[in-house]
Design a protein around this ligand. Structure first.
Ligand code: DLL
Length: 436
């Protein structure tokens, strides 16, 4: 089922044409209304009218997160205050916050993008959507909410937190679709089980739209099984819009980019040259319809690849693969590149442990020390030292085999590691500044 069939199944030639026109409009909007872009383009010696083919886009400069920070608060707005309907902002935990404005049309488009994902999981105006992403400056809550309203769903805006009440509502109000982060979905599922329910059997829920953080295949399987649902991975970022930039259909082999709203390039992060379809690299996005904050070649730092084969679901928009990680989340540990998602994939393949973990980094002498803290399942005989030691050794060996570096494993008792209601904090980096 589609939300906007004529757009989602548009012949590719038509889509290319639409993208070409819209890239041109974005470049003009940026150049004419945002002094920052005008200066950047002038310095690079390019004008919007130089853009005639997709290759021409490569002559235009990139936009990076730091540019957005420097432009705080309104430096990248292409519309006056009277046309700005809402503002979102990134948390700013790692620096100056980035502020993003949306016109009413931007918000409508956003709702439509997310609603396409609701259709991908079989949702309709008849569905009840529970939004357990945080509401506020974070785009998860209001983004999913707009999608539910665009579709005409009954929306329950629980936001995150107060998990037992979430579960009760989910059951009593007959939630069909849950939207939250994967780590919170697992927490909700476990809480429901602790409350004596079997959500897969006792609840009406049939689908989940989960994103905003990486999730390994094993963790995804566990969430789907515990809740008894179709899992839809949703990708997005606050600078570019929010959730709904790309969403996963029922074929479950990639996320359809909303290609009528976003033009995606995949580049080699070192050389910044385009890589062929199918190869991994950094995702770079140009927005095609945004009025308030048009983005030209925004470097997301997210690592994925294009899946260009036609999809059996009938949608013609190309897909990106499930994200592999971020170039700036990549840890360089003793000279080896490690993504936290690789550690998660190993840990979650062990039945004796739950998928809640933390990676604690410190400096010992000149070297990085890596400790991975994992929790056992409640039924594990925690006081049987031999069994515990055996598990620890097996985990450490598997991690070493996978990552090519030695890792200390610390097994902790059930429920020791803090659960998250939003994005999980997986890495605690206590390394000395020079070693990071
Ligand atoms: O996380 C927007 C969002 C909300 C997406 C709800 C999906 C659902 P930010 O807080 O700006 O925005 O964080 C964006 O989160 O660059 C990725 O690194 C990561 N991310 C988002 N979706 C996924 C996903 C929201 N499906 C950053 N898988 C992005 C893996 C994701 N990582």
């Amino acid at each position: 089922m589609y939300f906007q069939p004529e757009i989602e199944t548009m012949p590719r030639e038509e889509l290319f044409q639409l993208q070409l026109e819209r890239i041109g409009e974005t470049l003009r909007n940026a150049y004419e209304n945002v002094p920052f872009y005008r200066q950047q383009f002038d310095e690079a010696g390019v004008r919007p009218e130089d853009f005639r083919s997709f290759e021409d886009l490569q002559r235009f400069p990139f936009l990076v997160k730091q540019d957005m920070r420097d432009a705080y608060p309104y430096g990248l707005f292409a519309r006056p205050n009277k046309d700005v309907a809402r503002i979102h902002a990134s948390s700013g935990t790692t620096g100056q916050a980035t502020v993003v404005g949306h016109t009413a049309a931007d918000l409508r488009n956003w709702g439509d993008c997310f609603a396409r994902g609701i259709a991908m999981v079989g949702g309709s105006a008849d569905s009840t959507l529970q939004v357990s992403y945080g509401y506020g400056l974070f785009t998860g809550g209001l983004g999913a909410h707009a999608g539910g309203e665009a579709m005409g769903c009954t929306v329950i805006p629980t936001s995150s937190g107060n998990t037992k009440r979430q579960v009760q509502m989910m059951r009593d109000l007959g939630t069909d679709i849950l939207a939250c982060t994967p780590s919170y979905a697992l927490f909700i599922a476990d809480t429901a089980i602790e409350m004596g329910y079997d959500p897969a059997k006792d609840f009406k829920i049939s689908a989940g739209i989960f994103g905003a953080e990486p999730c390994s295949q094993n963790m995804r399987d566990e969430i789907s099984e515990k809740l008894g649902i179709q899992y839809c991975d949703v990708y997005g970022l606050s600078e570019v819009m929010g959730p709904g930039v790309a969403m996963e259909c029922a074929e479950r082999n990639g996320l359809h980019i909303a290609e009528d709203h976003f033009y995606c390039e995949i580049l080699d992060p070192d050389t910044l040259a385009p890589v062929p379809d199918g190869e991994w690299g950094e995702l770079v996005i140009t927005t095609l319809t945004r009025e308030c904050c048009p983005l030209v070649r925004y470097r997301t730092r997210d690592v994925t690849r294009i899946i260009s084969e036609p999809c059996a679901c009938g949608r013609t928009h190309r897909k990106i693969d499930k994200l592999r990680g971020r170039t700036d989340d990549m840890l360089i540990l003793r000279g080896v590149n490690v993504f936290p998602s690789q550690i998660e994939q190993v840990i979650t393949s062990f039945e004796e442990v739950v998928p809640h973990y933390q990676i604690v980094l410190s400096t010992r002498g000149p070297l990085d020390h890596i400790e991975v803290q994992v929790e056992t399942v409640p039924e594990f005989p925690f006081d049987e030292v031999r069994k515990l030691e055996d598990l620890r050794k097996r985990l450490a060996a598997e991690l070493k085999g996978n990552l090519q570096i030695a890792v200390d494993v610390k097994i902790v008792e059930p429920k020791t590691i803090a659960r998250s209601e939003g994005k999980a904090k997986r890495v605690v980096d206590n390394r000395e500044a020079g070693n990071r």
